[in-house]
Design a protein around this ligand. Sequence first.
Ligand SMILES: [Zn+2]
Length: 375
Amino acid sequence: MAEERNRRSILEQAQRPGNTSCSDCGAPDPDWASYTLGVFICLNCSGIHRNIPQISRVKSVRLDPWDDVQIEYMSCLGNKVAQQKFESKVPAFYYKPTASDCQVLREQWIRAKYERKEFIYIEKQEPYSAGYREGLLWKRGRDNGQFLSRKFVLSEREGVLKYFNKNDAREPKAIMKIEHLNATFQPAKIGNPNGLQITYLKDNSTRNIFVYHDDGKEIVDWFNAIRAARFHYLQVAYPVAGNIELVPKLTRNFLKEGFMEKTGPKHTEGFKKRWFTLDDRRLMYFKDPLDAFARGEVFIGSKENKYEVLEGLPPSTQGNHWQHGITIVTPDRKFLFACENDVDRSEWISAFRKVLSKPMLPQEYAVEAYFKHKP
Ligand SMILES: [Zn+2]
């Protein structure tokens, strides 16, 4: 029976090298396939493919009937061949999403590849490859939380991202150096599916701005333009470093975020609930997740440099607080935190341990010294 033969064939193809992870996000054991593109994809990505029916038609590997022509076509393509075609000219700095990334990143990756064919025709990469980009973004007001349309300019030549409060203003409202810039999608926190958090350092303290664009392509283009600018900046700053070293430094996702309670240096002023963000070695806390400035920061060094994380609080700890304590020991003092539940605590502890187990880089000693002598 042809039907039975085809069913066996598609299952066998799904086991071939390259087809055992989703062609778009890398998730293991994809159960779906696009029979017009010839790729094996996960359930999540198949949902995105369904939104571009003029390009992609999907079927379940296991549950749908397959005809001879489709089987033959899948057999000639598969993920490896399709990737050679659709990803042949992906720039080194371009962000390739994983299964855990937000919807806008995964959807735009799929559209960029198959719908716009940006990595076949390099002239389509101009929005993030030209070294200059300007346009309007909705930016959250610092104190009132209202989103207002603002002009942004990214200039590699000047080494900055800046924005203007009025379109005809000569002086930018803020100038952010590419050297100290980070960008990370935060749709849940910002409350918009295209929400992007841009973080920069000014006088060694962290500032946040929150932006979005109504068009998913536009915001992902901004994100990759920032990555391109960072890439070119780092190539000049570290001329001997290769792409493998530089690409992970372009943008950082936070290791963990969430509410904890903390107490002050004397441990007598009671615990206060704060929003914490662990960005590499910087543990920052905010009154509100969308605050522009961190209320404070704790530098987390390495084990070799006498930093330690302990479960629980010292027995002498006073006051009302959440039940699940964490103590961070630094060469100077102890920091006490309390989590609402045990799962939260385990996640924070494993995030801290990740940082503690990494040896400190030369430039991180300067950051540590700054925090030690902070007034
Ligand atoms: Zn996928």
